[in-house]
Write a protein that binds this ligand. Structure first.
Ligand code: UT7
Length: 330
């Protein structure tokens, strides 16, 4: 019997603090009007406090997921965390989250594919379920982007926010869940979007700190150009490969980096705005959390059997699209 990996629940957490466009106007030379018209973002959530890493949000998201699905932590067999802002370079944030929720029998690891990380992790977790190896896999997307945002850089600090969300994957014999995936990477995109220091190439020194090299470096306009075509390309490709017409698609679930990139992807797919999940106005770009946070926000509108197309583009470059048949009506 053919197994597929169904998403059987979603959990989410965003911190309370709202960083509004108005507050950003006091930090850098910008206006709320510019931010909204160029990106669609109105506010983002920020995790405040000392010693608060990405795992703090990941743990809360997974705890909510376990509660909602009636799953015992010790029954999780694998937990993957997609993040670019791990608590520490090691151990993996996934290990910290597993420890925090009491997933004592799970093995766990992080995946880094920048903003496409959640899709890479979901596709990877799904393989273990499809193969019949595991029955309960948790995939977390979590980032504390405020840890690597330079709040003196007006072109980047307006974009990013903090958040986490997680899904549970379980086997389905009725064809629900992850049906197909198109995942891509092009390492020559490194120059346009990266964090210069803190890794093995440029370990932290007083000089790297003074040079502000531990923050996100992004050439926004170049990244925009790639994102707008590549994300639309793979979304269209996954539709074609699976013979999905625009009417067949119930929802586009796009990475929330810029509303203009989302609009271009929807346009290319031929789907109207009523079929596009959008919460960038409230959260900004939470990197690995954007797609599962959309699922959490729209969960009550999803119906069993809905055809969903997930699509993302990010640093690397990495990009991809997944075709998911939604497994439940909540
Ligand atoms: O999720 C990972 C992938 N990342 C992305 O997908 C991000 C892709 N890039 C973008 O979303 C856009 O490029 C940005 C929102 C980052 C920037 O928008 P843009 O329309 O590409 O603007 P730009 O960088 O070409 O800059 C246009 C102008 C510049 O001024 P000059 O040189 O024309 O005088 C910027 O200095 O806008 C200026 N500018 C701003 N003005 C007011 C840049 N940031 C701001 C700002 N407020 N916050």
């Amino acid at each position: 019997m053919k197994l597929t990996a169904a998403i059987t629940g979603v959990g989410a957490y965003v911190p309370d603090y709202r960083l509004t466009n108005k507050e950003l106007e006091t930090l850098v030379d910008t206006t709320s009007e510019w931010i909204v018209s160029r990106t669609g973002i109105e506010e983002r959530r920020i995790l405040k406090g000392d010693n608060q890493g990405t795992s703090v949000m990941g743990i809360k998201a997974v705890q909510q997921l376990l509660e909602k699905t009636g799953t015992r932590a010790e029954d999780i067999e694998l937990l993957i965390c997609a993040t670019v802002t791990p608590d520490m370079l090691f151990p993996a944030t996934a290990n910290i989250i597993s420890g925090g929720v009491g997933a004592s029998r799970a093995f766990s690891y992080d995946m880094n594919a920048a903003c496409s990380g959640f899709l890479y992790a979901l596709a990877t977790g799904a393989q273990f379920v499809q193969a019949g190896t595991y029955k309960k896999v948790v995939v977390v997307g979590a980032d504390k982007m405020s840890a690597i945002v330079d709040y003196t850089d007006r072109s980047n600090c307006i974009l990013f926010g903090d958040g986490a969300a997680a899904v549970l994957l379980e086997p389905s014999t009725d064809g629900y869940g992850v049906i197909d995936q198109v995942l891509r990477a092009d390492g020559t995109g490194e120059q346009f979007l990266h964090q210069k220091a803190g890794g093995s190439r440029r370990p932290p020194t007083a000089e790297t700190v003074a040079g502000r090299e531990h923050y996100i470096y992004q050439e926004g306009a170049s990244v925009f150009k790639f994102a707008v075509t590549k994300m639309a390309d793979v979304a269209a490709e996954v539709m074609e490969r699976n013979h999905l017409s625009r009417e067949d698609v119930a929802w586009l679930v796009p990475h929330q980096a810029n509303k203009r990139i989302i609009d271009a992807t929807a346009h290319r797919m031929g789907v109207g705005p009523d079929k596009v999940m959008l919460n960038i106005q409230r959260y900004g770009n939470t990197t690995n959390a954007t797609i599962p946070l959309c699922l959490a926000d729209y969960e009550s509108q999803l119906r069993r059997g809905d055809n969903l197309v997930f699509a993302a583009f990010g640093g690397g470059f990495t990009w991809g699209a997944l075709y998911v048949k939604w497994a439940y009506t909540s």
